[in-house]
Design a protein around this ligand. Structure first.
Ligand code: NAD
Ligand code: UDP
Ligand code: UDP
Length: 310
């Protein structure tokens, strides 16, 4: 049994990860300041004898004794990370420094939840890990993209300079139960709008693409990366290569919900990436991982979740 720290454990991905780690027989310390996460996400874990909740902001130092760290703390949807952009960069950068300092002192493994946003608005399609990206450093998304890029830099420098055992994961758009219905991400927005019969808000002409990974697949990839061979640091893309336009996504959600909602078109936000799709060869080779849940199946489960909470 290991004692594992999950920062951002009260969020969408973090809560699924805490559950998975408990199911594997570990002790879990969930650290969260509940900026975007919710106690509801982990309510069912609070009575678990091996689960501990620690309300704390990762930008401040923490002195704990643990065996592994998963660093997920950071708002992830554009609406939330742009709400207080300075705090977003602080969370990525100071959070990485504090967690790496902790990992260095304890000589333990640490996994970073990085993002496909490090590729910015990519000029290479699909994106392999070797692509260095096209990020606007002064735009409204930079607090997130550059914060995550700086965190990757810190991870690799702590690795080279202090021999910290790191695992860096570049997560592509992920969806599933426990997404926050108000966080503005496309899958949650479209499902909530479809279920309420409200207009479905397509930003731009809806021809931009994303690749959507179901949460269970994502958590499996994360777990395999943490437990991958010594010396394998990543960065490794974890995502589903199925690529869809936002109009296709909207049409699929309308069909699955039987909704009468209509599509309405709204301005495309500044610096919104036009296309995104992971190359997952490295994940297949190193982790024996590939996604199993196709979009339709994952959307059905996600729709069922939103029906239960709306
Ligand atoms: P989320 O917003 O649901 O979860 C983030 C959690 O971090 C929340 O519980 C929030 O309260 C917490 N948090 C934020 N700032 C904090 C701070 N300063 N101190 C402590 N806790 C803090 O988002 P998510 O989708 O679960 O994302 C989790 C991680 O995965 C993030 O690092 C995100 O950047 C990364 N990621 C997610 C996606 C995705 O599609 N969901 C894609 C790429 C990367
Ligand atoms: N840190 C922490 N817990 C620890 C060890 C370090 O939170 O158990 C934080 C502390 O804020 C420190 C940072 O991690 O400043 C970086 O640690 P490091 O050892 O790299 O740097 P230093 O202590 O020399 O500033
Ligand atoms: N989007 C949209 N309507 C919405 C919310 C988002 O058309 O109600 C678009 C958004 O402009 C982007 C895509 O959907 O092109 C994915 O947006 P999301 O915020 O989910 O993720 P990210 O842009 O970070 O990949």
């Amino acid at each position: 049994m290991k004692r594992i720290l999950v920062t951002g454990g009260g969020g969408f991905l973090g809560s699924h990860l805490c559950e998975r780690l408990l199911n594997e027989g570990n002790e879990v310390i969930c650290m969260d300041n509940f900026f975007t996460g919710s106690r509801k996400n982990i309510h069912h874990l609070l009575d678990h004898k091996d689960f501990e909740l620690f309300r704390h902001d990762v930008t401040f130092p923490t002195y704990l004794e643990v065996d592994e760290i998963y660093n997920l703390a950071c708002p992830a949807s554009p609406v939330h990370y742009q709400f207080d952009p300075v705090q977003t960069t602080k969370t990525s950068v100071l959070g990485a420094i504090n967690m790496l300092g902790l990992a260095k002192r304890l000589r333990i493994k640490i996994l970073q939840a990085s993002t496909s946003e490090v590729y910015g608005d990519p000029e290479i399609h699909p994106q392999p890990e070797s692509y260095r990206g096209n990020v606007n450093p002064i735009g409204p998304r930079a607090c997130y993209d550059e914060g995550k890029r700086a965190a990757e830099t810190l991870f690799f420098d702590y690795h080279r300079q202090h021999k910290v055992n790191i695992k860096v994961m570049r997560i592509f758009n992920t969806y599933g139960p426990r997404m926050n219905p108000n966080d503005g991400r496309v899958v949650s927005n479209f499902i909530v709008q479809a279920l309420k019969g409200d207009p479905i808000t397509i930003y731009g002409d809806g021809s931009q693409t994303r690749s959507f990974c179901y949460v269970d697949d994502l958590i499996e990839g994360m777990y395999r990366l943490m437990n991958s061979r010594d010396g394998f640091t990543g960065p490794v893309n974890i995502g589903n290569p199925g690529e869809f336009t936002m109009v296709q996504l909207a049409e699929q959600i309308i069909a699955l919900t039987g909704s009468k909602s209509e599509l309405v078109f709204r301005p495309l936000p500044q610096d919104d990436p036009l296309q995104r799709k992971p190359v997952i060869t490295l994940a297949k080779e190193e982790l024996g991982w590939e996604p199993k849940v196709v979009l339709e199946e994952g959307l059905k489960k996600t729709i069922a979740y939103f029906e239960s909470i709306l």
